[in-house]
Design a protein around this ligand. Sequence first.
Ligand SMILES: COc1ccc([C@H]2OC(=S)NC2=O)c(OC)c1
Ligand SMILES: [Zn+2]
Length: 263
Amino acid sequence: SACSSRLVFSQVHPMWQEPLAIPGGDRQSPIDIVVRKSVFDPQLRPLKVQYEPRTCQQIWNNGYSFLVEYDDTTDKSTLKGGPLEDQFRLCQFHFHWGENNAWGSEHSIDRRLYPAELHLVHWNSDKYSLFEEAVIEENGLAVIAVFLKIGKRHEGLQKLVDALPAVRHKDSVVEFTKFDAACLLPENIDDYWTYAGSLTTPPLTEAVTWIVMKRHIEVSHDQLAVFRSLLFTSAEEQVQRSMVNNFRVQQAVKGRTVRSSFT
Ligand SMILES: COc1ccc([C@H]2OC(=S)NC2=O)c(OC)c1
Ligand SMILES: [Zn+2]
């Protein structure tokens, strides 16, 4: 699918140092969400998530995370409502996680970090015809963020966990079909925060309407351990590096307002 588009990142592996100052970066992500400063917006509507499991295609280790990629050539898996004026198409989801359970998420709530964070990535198919077009437009993308907490085993995630050893190295791909991404959403998706932000790895474009779920999902310690068994490095490289701590440092809010859909 296009959305995992082979946008050429800076070849220097960011390893999450800040490789470059973003010219005029005044809406960068991730951020710490200060709950008492968020503003309830009664005009925020319920989210409408309609995912078609048959659009799931493959898992790709891109050397930053592993992406579960969807066929985004038609409007079969869509997101609308909430803060969104247009219809958005699901193109991939991926995660960010730590080397241990003390940290790993990109966003935090009142400074509380989670061991991992899921990003469900959608692009505005009312206004653009390709992910690559949308990724440089300020209303181009919508990313749903869901925090992961260590607890009971997540049955729906296990099918994905079982496929990960096949994509251990950077640039490996494995077929992965009929996965319902909706199983990774918390029961209640009506409670969320939303703010204007950016991609969290290069190209860091300020194209993202963030929808950060208030409710987390639970995964088992062993399931998250399999994420940490992945590698940043390709099979040919002499030195193998574990894929952990693939999150960006938090960015200045710079006067942005974070709205909440709940009081
Ligand atoms: C080329 O497409 C990209 C590139 C980077 C990101 C990063 O930005 C966020 S958000 N998470 C990431 O890993 C992306 O995710 C939507 C999509
Ligand atoms: Zn991400």
